[in-house]
Design a protein around this ligand. Sequence first.
Ligand code: GRF
Length: 189
Amino acid sequence: MRIVVLVSGTGSNLQAVIDAVSSGALDVEIAAVGADRPGTYGVQRAADAGISTFVVDFRAYADRAEWNAALTAATVSYTPDYVVSSGFMRIVGQAFLDAVPDRYLNTHPALLPSFPGAHGVRDALAYGVRITGCTVMIADAGVDTGPILAQAAVPVLPDDTEEALHERIKVEERRLLIETLRQLAVKDR
Ligand code: GRF
């Protein structure tokens, strides 16, 4: 099973996937890692691991449709079975989704449908929930609305900060993403 991973940030979830692949714990091929802006640590991690990388810089395109077309072309050129958004902070358009139908996975640091959007951890903390967690889903054109594949719960501790809670959620998020990929790889055989 070939995957392309899309990142916008530090790529710690990506690193967990890279490590799982190189240790033999996860039998997939990371065909490429792409980003929506230059200079991400995620792309650096991929390059360090000898994985092909590409950047489709959102700011370099006249509009979202043009950017989306370029992102789609770059991604499909690696003929992935699945595309994984690993902290990719942009909503992709229908052309992208049509190119990888039901094959675009996303993770979110909250128990969807609660707390969708870019600040799932902050919003859960502000609401005062005692349990939050993470979700792996198939992404669609909405904001964190696609069909849910897996979830894990993470307790909110007294005096938690957004950063501390997010770090504990990410531990579960990595485990869940790798487990989901493992199951999909078995099915894809
Ligand atoms: C993850 O919690 C992801 O769900 C969220 O951003 C985080 C990505 O972190 N959207 P990293 O870039 O993998 O370190």
